[in-house]
Write a new protein. Structure first.
Length: 611
């Protein structure tokens, strides 16, 4: 989940620091100087060992603050403050390990324009101390320049003439794997006693936790960014309906949370609209949302009604996570009539805006949220007629309650923003709603939900139906038995007759080819009869052909990649290439394979070829 901190219990730090204190009593028998220049290992006048005990006490009190830092830069700054003058660490690097090389992630104490800014990269095969630590997982302690030069003659000059005289390179380990290296550099030579090595090891563990959290946060951000892109603005709706959508993520750092919306073209010429909210605002909620959204989309494409879609989605969520639930509202809209078949699973009611701006809460029967009580999935379906220029608003509770509002005061705010403006400007309505809810407070970042709750918004408008040109409504129904192979030729002839005035003859040939493939697939691969139904609907010049082929076989077809000389296996491949839309949906008995083509003028074909 987003926001989890992976850190050892406090008693682990305290046990290690007790070990340090015990080692200090053995490692500091007298206040002798470190080197020949008279620098002492403790402050003047301080009893032997007192300075290091004071240092250990400081580390104990500040250690968890370091481990809980929000960034590597902050962690390194805090670490620098943990060390006393007798242990003069004044510069640090954190190196990342990946793709067979070291890269610099963060630094403290080095000059501006350092290797972090210059895109430092070094192969792990190089004779550099940090590369050796990455290869072996063992720390390297270099107490002086002479020791550095003797141990690493090929790379010691990289650290020469920089005012440092001792270096410690420690592995940063996550889940038993070395994922980085921490470099601590010192102004004076350091003996690196046993207590000092333990002290540096504990500090390295703290930095390792920060690095682990930073890497996890980066992965979560990449995940949420991908999910956000997948939930793009809804495309153009079917004739007679218009849709506008908005999404604003949580203020918790992710670009997407548990809220989602969807717009799905159904095989029967209708439109499905979905809005939902998975419990939580972390990356786990975002992951569940992505899976649940995909499942709802699949159930809708299979041709299930709103109640069946929600019931199946509820059972699906239970298999993913028994501790989380989700609210959802699903609509199947018929553009020709304006009828909306609505099922609701614990989600806020939609809001209906009439042409004069009057807004009212449209109460819809509902069932329990998805995944809440397995086996109790009962979602009644209400039918609402959306009239010309009426707008239905679907939203998640973040739109209502954002900014500290309760359901009542939030509803009043939304109503006041939803009512004004021309009905033709659906996008403007969406903008006003979001602006009213997200008006930034002083110092707040605009476009982010202030209270950490995502906002999903979907507006659906019934467009005024203008007088239509000649409207074609034709249907062809026929059945071909297993012993009626000649029926394929008859089906091709009847389908051609159905499309006698189609604008583009090449589309007629495509339709005949695809219908033949579907019927042939039934006759060759099953022992069932094949039933074909073809519909032509819409205005002349912009008509839509829907062809459905049903059989009672249980096995669903799957797409194959045939070799060059194969005699079969190209049916679904042709559908994928030539049809505007296609799919396969299960039936109570058997299955239905379908495809759709939209009539286009010969000029449209030329434009498509030019692209």
């Amino acid at each position: 989940m987003g926001g989890e901190r992976h850190e050892p219990p406090p008693d682990e730090f305290e046990a290690e620091l007790d070990q340090i204190a015990e080692l200090n009593r053995l490692d500091t028998p007298s206040p002798a100087p470190r080197d020949g220049r008279g620098s002492r290992t403790a402050d003047e006048g301080v009893p032997p060992g007192e300075a290091v005990r004071r240092r250990d006490s400081l580390l104990l009190s500040a250690g968890h603050t370091v481990a809980e830092s929000d960034s590597l830069d902050e962690a390194l700054r805090l670490v620098a403050g943990l060390y006393a003058p007798d242990f003069p660490m004044d510069a640090q690097y954190v190196f990342d390990i990946g793709d067979g090389s070291l890269t610099a992630l963060a630094q403290y104490g080095f000059r501006p324009g350092s290797v972090v800014d210059e895109g430092f990269r070094m192969p792990l095969t190089t004779g550099y101390p940090a590369a050796e630590v990455a290869r072996t997982g063992r720390a390297v302690f270099l107490a002086s320049t002479q020791e550095y030069r003797a141990a690493f003659p090929a790379t010691w000059h990289m650290s020469a003439r920089k005012g440092r005289n001792a270096w410690a390179f420690l592995p940063l380990v996550t889940a038993g794997r070395v994922v980085g290296v921490w470099l601590a550099a010192f102004r004076s030579p350091v003996a690196f006693t046993k207590s000092e090595r333990v002290l540096l090891t504990v500090t390295g563990r703290m930095i390792g936790q920060v690095l682990e959290r930073a890497r996890a946060g980066k992965a979560e951000l990449a995940l949420s960014r991908g999910l956000r892109q997948s939930m793009r603005a809804a495309g153009p709706a079917l004739t007679g309906l218009s849709v506008a959508t908005r999404y604003v993520p949580t203020g918790g750092g992710l670009m997407v949370g548990g809220d989602w919306y969807d717009s799905i073209d159904l095989p029967n010429g209708r439109l499905a609209l979905v809005i939902g909210d998975v419990q939580g605002h972390d990356v786990h909620a975002a992951g569940l949302m992505a899976q649940l959204r995909t499942a709802v989309h699949a159930y809708a494409a299979e041709g299930h009604g709103p109640d069946a879609v929600l019931a199946r989605a509820s059972r699906f969520l239970t298999t993913l996570d028994e501790d989380r639930f989700a609210t959802c509202l699903y609509i199947e809209a018929d553009p020709s009539t304006g009828n909306l078949h609505i099922a609701r699973a614990g989600h806020p009611h939609p809001v209906l805006r009439m042409p004069d701006g009057t807004c009212l809460l449209k109460h819809i029967s509902g069932g329990l949220p998805l995944g809440l009580m397995p086996g109790e999935e009962d979602y009644p379906v209400d039918i609402v007629r959306l009239h010309d220029d009426e707008v239905l608003m679907l939203c998640t509770d973040g739109l209502i309650e954002n900014g500290g509002h309760d359901m009542y005061s939030g509803w009043v705010r939304v109503r006041d923003a939803f009512s004004p403006g021309p009905v033709e400007d659906l996008e403007g309505m969406a903008d006003r709603l979001m602006s009213a809810v997200l008006s930034p407070e002083p110092g707040a970042r605009e476009g982010v939900a202030r209270d950490g709750d995502d906002i999903a918004l979907l507006l659906l408008r019934r467009d005024s139906v203008k007088p239509r040109a000649e409207v074609s409504q034709r249907r062809l129904v026929l059945t071909i038995g297993q012993d009626q192979g000649e029926g394929l030729a008859e089906a091709r002839a009847e389908l051609k007759a159905l499309l006698h005035d189609w604008a583009r003859p090449d589309q007629v040939d495509t339709a005949v080819l695809l219908a033949t493939e579907l019927l042939g697939n039934v006759l060759v691969h099953t022992d069932q009869d094949g039933s074909l139904t073809a519909y032509v609907t819409g205005e002349t010049g912009r008509r839509r052909l829907l062809v459905e082929v049903m059989d009672r076989g249980d096995e669903l077809p799957h797409q194959r990649t045939p070799v060059e000389l194969a005699s079969s296996g190209r049916g679904l491949l042709l559908l994928d290439i030539l049809a505007d839309q296609w799919g396969v949906r299960p039936e109570p008995e058997g299955k239905t394979a379908w495809f759709a083509l939209t009539e286009a003028s010969p000029g449209d074909a030329g434009e498509g070829a030019a692209v």
